[in-house]
Write a protein that binds this ligand. Structure first.
Ligand SMILES: C[S@@+](CC[C@H](N)C(=O)[O-])C[C@H]1O[C@@H](n2cnc3c(N)ncnc32)[C@H](O)[C@@H]1O
Length: 298
């Protein structure tokens, strides 16, 4: 946390008496604090609620929890404590994926499954963009499931073909949507190893975002290779680092049925591991769906 000089504090207070409260979370940068105050004023009407928002921000509560929403592609999602705030990295690959999804599968029934759904940002974006798809979601946290259901209402998706259930995907995976097969499984699982969480995450993340949404290592990638892979023709899993990609790629390397690859984000960090069957029974052209995804192929 940088020290903020009295001169900067004074200048901020002259501009708006609430601005000094926003400097701390904006690294002492007045123009960023001003931008944040504009966002707060745009969203909240009474000066009491604006004052409260600035006080919460002074205490490192994430802006998205204060304003209770977060944009994700064309959607404005509801978020509150207990659910992870969707990140730009996820939004980036999700938009790329959706752009290349077919209008529907050859048999008219494209089935997508989003695991670890949180607010529903991935699954609901797919349903929003492809109204005829069947979209199933699974989430373990009851607080997150409540937000996901609010988002279905908020985004007017209640008449779409959407199912969501609360379950632990690491246990009895086979019993979740038992006997169903999917065209694609998407997942942004918890993937930050616990020592990294302690050392590298910001105070705001550690204090206010759910640890359940963030901390894990290889568990969910292992679970994909052992339990979900037989139930899908393709998958995209977000990752925190290249080791997690390699774990999945190695897990599938014995089979010549899978093409796998890594998608990098615009910061040039490995961001997703993905794969699709070389010969799909449904006739979907997965090569086309993932055409914008990779530079690296295994
Ligand atoms: C990284 S967050 C992703 C949330 C959302 N998909 C997104 O991209 O913002 C991971 C989510 O997985 C959920 N989760 C953690 N362990 C789980 C488990 N064993 N089974 C199902 N969901 C789990 C968390 O509650 C959290 O909502």
């Amino acid at each position: 946390m940088p020290r903020i000089s009295p001169a900067v504090l004074k200048l901020a207070a002259i501009t708006d008496r609430r601005l000094p409260y926003l400097l701390r979370q904006n690294n002492g940068n007045i123009s960023e604090a001003k931008q944040e105050l504009r966002w707060i004023k745009n969203e909240l009407s009474s000066s009491r609620s604006i004052n409260m928002a600035c006080w919460l921000r002074f205490n490192a509560v994430p802006l998205q929890y204060v304003l209770k929403s977060q944009p994700f592609g064309p959607l404005e999602l509801s978020v509150r404590p207990g659910v992870l705030i969707p990140r730009w990295e996820t939004e980036e690959w999700c938009i790329d994926l959706i752009e290349n999804l077919p209008d529907n599968g050859p048999d008219g029934n494209f089935k997508s499954l989003d695991l670890c759904s949180g607010s529903g940002c991935i699954g609901l974006s797919i349903s929003h963009a492809r109204p005829t798809y069947s979209v199933s979601l699974v989430e373990f946290s009851s607080k997150a499931i409540a937000v996901l259901k609010d988002n279905i209402e908020r985004l007017h998706l209640r008449d779409r073909n959407i199912q969501c259930i609360q379950a632990d995907i690491l246990k009895n995976s086979e019993s979740i949507y038992a006997n169903e097969k999917f065209n694609i499984i998407t997942c942004n699982p918890p993937y930050i190893p616990s020592d990294e969480f302690v050392k590298e995450c910001t105070t705001s993340v550690k204090m206010y975002e759910p640890r359940l949404a963030l901390v894990a290592d290889m568990e969910f990638y292992d679970n994909l290779v052992k339990h979900w892979i037989h139930r899908t023709e393709s998958f995209v899993y977000e990752v925190g680092d290249i080791r997690q990609c390699q774990h999945v790629v190695n897990g599938l390397s014995h089979s010549n049925q899978w093409v796998t690859g890594i998608k990098y984000d615009s910061n040039n960090k490995a961001r997703c591991v993905y794969g699709y069957q070389t010969a799909s029974a449904s006739g979907v052209d997965y090569g086309k769906i993932f055409s914008s995804f990779s530079t690296d192929r295994y």
